[in-house]
Design a protein around this ligand. Structure first.
Ligand SMILES: O=C([C@H](O)CO)[C@H](O)[C@H](O)COP(=O)(O)O
Length: 431
């Protein structure tokens, strides 16, 4: 039977134990003390997991690169059954870890994370005598769209070792992994960032257990394109989540929603114009595709270059919205249209259609650089710009922020304070 390993990649010990309890109730077999947890809590967390779960396999995700024997001994004496060593470590590290593992009665899992030739390295470490191998795409690499499934498929055809697989698995991909030859399906984020850990673990259990009946083709053909996945995520998360995912970058300054409650997600058609000149902004509406967002730099926040007639044209052309670093007018008409308008100011006076400026060039809007085709997301907190070449990664990272926040809401609803849930006192900066 394929085993499910819940990866406790959190830094708070109490939360880790609670998640593990719920995940085991949902059907997880093995419990992984994740690398961030071990770095935060040390071997104490292995001892605590051993005491709380006397009958489960405990894996210490040490990701050891050197002095393997000593690290294996530490983890084994604390109660781990399996210890991870990186495939990138020298053979000498792996050999010595194996000797230590034998002495203390634990098993070694070699982690192929970031391996340049995972299949060749897997064969080398198999020859050294290891018996568990992990095909692993790390969390940061997952955010760029990498998946472990193809590597798993190749490795399964080449080895008799027990194979574990990890890398952003969910019920759909866990099913494919089980069907492709994984013996241990490792799941972190899908379970630990869920607001219902037990149910999420049960979903993985159900998917993995159904692996003998379902067909790989049907599971794989359900996959969405990267673009579809990204838009779906941007519609779900908030601009605040996206800004966090971008390390506080990307937020436009001085521009806010003028039609509260409206959210926009789309690609930018950029316009640079001057002092209330409204010719280029309204010409940009005509060259935009349905779903696009016209993003305008005007350079003057006291002369309007967007009003009711431009709005009506944009509605008819099915645009997603407009973002104006400048002023708008005809506010009553815009409100009636319900068209999402984000702007710096509202005034009654307009400029003239002189035709100065350019369409679809790099602009600066709300102090942020915007290129044609960049993704724009706007909501009641403001507007963020996501550069098109990093849009998928930012979407995936913002979804992780969204999940973490959902979980925190849940903990606060269940009686914790924000400071308590985040262990803020422990993590205050010390110089
Ligand atoms: O090993 C892991 C990662 O390197 C962080 O320590 C994860 O436990 C592993 O990738 C599983 O987690 P998800 O990828 O979030 O499912």
């Amino acid at each position: 039977m394929v085993k499910i390993q819940v990866a406790l990649d959190v830094i708070e010990s109490d939360r880790a134990v609670k998640i593990a309890e719920e995940a085991v109730l949902g059907g997880a077999d093995w419990i992984e003390a994740g690398t961030p947890l071990i770095k935060s809590a040390g071997m104490d967390i292995i001892r605590r997991l051993r005491e709380t779960f006397p009958n489960n396999i405990i894996l210490a995700d040490m990701k050891t690169m050197d002095v393997g024997a000593a690290e294996v001994e530490m983890a084994a004496k604390s109660g781990a059954n399996v210890v991870t060593i990186l495939a990138a470590a020298d053979d000498a590290v792996i050999r010595d870890s194996l000797l230590s593992a034998k002495k203390y009665g634990v098993r070694i899992m070699v982690d192929l994370i970031s391996s340049p030739d995972p299949i060749a390295r897997a064969k080398e470490v198999e020859a050294l005598g290891i018996d568990l191998i992990n095909v692993h795409v790390g969390i940061d690499a997952q955010m760029t769209g990498e998946s472990p499934i193809e590597k798993l498929r190749k490795l399964a055809a080449e080895t008799d070792m027990e194979i574990a697989v990890a890398g952003g698995l969910n019920p759909e991909t866990a099913l494919i992994a089980a069907q492709t030859g994984a013996d241990i399906v490792i799941v972190g984020s899908y379970i630990i960032n869920s607001d219902n850990v037990k149910q999420s673990a049960a979903e993985i259990r159900k998917a993995v257990d159904s692996s003998e009946s379902g067909s790989i083709e049907s599971a794989e053909s359900n996959k969405k394109s990267k673009e579809e996945e990204m838009i779906e995520i941007f519609r779900k998360v908030s601009t605040s989540n996206i800004s966090d995912a971008m390390h506080r970058k990307g937020a436009m300054q001085g521009i806010s929603s003028k039609i509260p409650g409206k959210k926009i997600v789309g690609k930018a058609v950029t316009v640079r114009t001057f002092g209330g000149d409204w010719a280029k902004p309204v010409e940009a509406i005509d060259i935009s595709e349905p779903g696009d967002i016209v993003v305008i730099y005007n350079g003057d926040r006291d002369i309007a270059m967007w009003g009711g007639l431009a709005t009506l044209t944009a509605v008819n052309r099915k645009l997603e919205g407009v973002v104006v670093d400048g002023a708008i007018r005809d506010y009553d008409e815009i409100r009636q249209s319900d068209f999402p308008v984000f702007a710096a100011n509202i005034v009654p006076n307009a400029g003239d259609p002189k035709g100065l400026g350019e369409i679809n060039v790099e602009i600066v809007c709300g102090n942020q650089t915007v290129n044609p085709g960049d993704y724009i997301v706007g909501d009641d907190s403001g507007v963020v710009v996501v550069p098109k070449d990093r849009a998928y990664e930012i979407a995936r990272r913002s979804e992780e922020v969204w999940k973490r926040e959902k979980r925190l809401f849940d903990e606060i609803n269940n009686g914790k304070t924000l400071a308590g849930a985040l262990e803020l006192l422990k993590w205050e900066t010390r110089k």
